[in-house]
Design a protein around this ligand. Structure first.
Ligand SMILES: NC(=O)c1ccc[n+]([C@@H]2O[C@H](COP(=O)([O-])OP(=O)(O)OC[C@H]3O[C@@H](n4cnc5c(N)ncnc54)[C@H](OP(=O)(O)O)[C@@H]3O)[C@@H](O)[C@H]2O)c1
Length: 338
């Protein structure tokens, strides 16, 4: 077999933003398949803030990626060769693909991959964003973890990103008054003018805490928290008694440059219910995906993806999650023809 696989292997644990030199690009021939093995061509890689956490040697919900290991990542690929009766050439699969061109899995691990229909009815990057992990996270955060009711005020941080943009739009569908926090005028305009948020707060301005106060005259009933640090602190200070927090993520600390706050007194004083959650706990995602696809079809949710080309660019593209230079779901296209 003459196919060459390029793999990005973690060589150093990055400090701050990721550098190309933290990874080695290794080229090696794809080896012959054994019985029961399936070879998959990676088409799209999901760029997720949690990827940055996986590079760190700290306690987390999965083992850190080891030095020398191919970088772990979710994505979508197409079966190009199969020595298993369970998978056919041409099928689309979704799951852990890694930062590489090809990967092989054994049929005994088949349940770790989701088989996609031949025609998924939407662009593949959307299956990683609004109709994938991001949308499902937003859906359960606001229907199970911290349900928001009509007439209540919901604040979403990292609101123009993949999870946040969907969370805010679900809040609107539920009849809430929705305030988004995002960096920059363009993103704030996008939230209000295109996604239908009631107001947006640009946390990069000097007086953003005052803007948050003005946008939440009756306090905040539900906080869908993606950022942590100063932003979370400011939102908690605006919460009503017995307010609810869906603690989805704390991206401001993932590069290791900010420390999580250690003052929990506001949670006591306001008797807040703060619930962390991981989307992996929701195995039955069909209900969420059906609801999200329906809302997109009906025009109630706008889904957006930023697609960037080139496996070799993965380390620097990941940094866009931290400098905010994307909207919606950030996806890397590995196969140019995909
Ligand atoms: N619990 C779960 O199962 C689960 C699943 C998926 C994602 N998540 C979490 O959800 C959050 C959003 O993930 P995503 O995939 O949707 O990414 P994303 O929102 O598309 O991208 C991250 C955004 O965060 C903002 N940001 C980055 N660093 C920041 C900082 N220091 N201060 C303020 N804002 C900052 C940037 O937007 P601005 O331009 O507005 O700064 C950036 O666009 C993350 O915390 C992630 O870990 C959790």
């Amino acid at each position: 077999m003459s196919m060459i696989n390029r793999q990005l292997r973690l060589m150093h644990r990055p400090e701050g933003l990721v550098r190309r030199e933290d990874f080695e690009l290794v080229r090696q021939p794809v080896s012959e398949l054994g019985d029961g093995e399936i070879l998959v061509r990676v088409l799209y890689i999901s760029m997720d803030p949690t990827n940055r956490v996986w590079m760190r040697d700290i306690p987390q919900y999965m083992p850190p990626v080891a030095i020398g290991e191919v970088m772990r990542a979710g994505g979508i690929g197409r079966v190009v060769e199969s020595r298993s009766a369970q998978f056919n050439e041409g099928e689309l699969v979704q799951g852990f693909v890694g930062w590489q061109d090809y990967f092989v899995f054994h049929e005994s691990a088949a349940d770790t991959y989701v088989r996609l229909p031949a025609d998924p009815g939407m662009p593949l990057p959307r299956l990683l964003g609004a109709c994938g992990t991001s949308g499902v996270t937003a859906y359960y955060g606001l229907t199970d973890i911290a349900p928001v009711a009509a007439g209540e005020t919901l604040v979403v941080s990292a609101a123009a990103g993949s999870v946040g943009s969907i969370a805010g739009q679900i809040g609107k569908i539920m009849g809430a008054r929705v305030i988004g926090i995002a960096g920059g005028v363009d993103k704030c305009r996008y939230l209000v003018n295109e996604l239908g948020f009631d107001a947006a707060v640009d946390y990069k301005t000097k007086d953003w805490k005052k803007s948050l106060q003005d946008a939440t005259p009756n306090g905040v009933h539900v906080n869908f928290e993606n950022v942590g640090g100063e932003i979370m602190k400011a939102v908690l200070s605006r919460m009503v008694l017995y307010g609810r927090v869906a603690l989805c993520g704390l991206i401001s600390g993932y590069n290791g440059d900010t420390k999580p706050g250690d003052d929990f007194s506001v949670i006591v004083i306001k008797r807040l219910a703060v619930r962390g959650f991981l989307v992996f706990d929701y195995r039955k995602t069909k209900q969420a995906v059906a609801a999200l696809s329906g809302w997109i079809r009906e025009g109630k949710i706008k889904a957006e993806e930023t697609v960037v080309d080139g496996l070799e660019n993965a380390p620097l593209v990941l940094n866009r999650l931290f400098d905010g230079s994307h909207k919606g779901k950030l996806v890397l296209r590995v196969e140019p023809e995909a």
